[in-house]
Design a protein. Structure first.
Length: 108
């Protein structure tokens, strides 16, 4: 079975780049721009992973806090990855390479 990933990224070009990298590595993807749209997707589907841009203009703190500590969540951010949330979830600092992105999926 092919793992399915939900990508939550407000910037269309970055969202498309993440989806492209994942699809090239045999993942199925759904992608949305906002945490609200992601919440609706999560009600409809079970995802193996969720990639979330925590710098979204819509705010993601409440959305991120809705995940259990054991969830396969990868946070992406412009900020320093030594954020408190890195104790719970994997975190990538922008800009990141495709190899860095894919390494997060090999960890889980």
């Amino acid at each position: 079975m092919v793992p399915t990933v939900l990508v939550v990224e407000s910037y269309p070009d970055l969202r498309a780049g993440i989806v492209d990298a994942l699809q090239r590595n045999h993942f199925d993807c759904d992608a949305v721009a906002t945490p609200n749209a992601a919440t609706l997707k999560l009600r409809e589907h079970d995802y193996a992973y969720v990639v979330i841009d925590v710098d979204s203009p819509e705010g993601t703190d409440e959305f991120v806090s809705s995940f259990d500590a054991g969830a396969n969540v990868i946070l992406i951010s412009d900020a320093d990855p030594r954020d408190a949330r890195t104790n719970t979830f994997a975190m990538l600092r922008k800009p990141f390479s495709r190899d860095e992105l894919m390494a997060q999926f090999r960890r889980g």
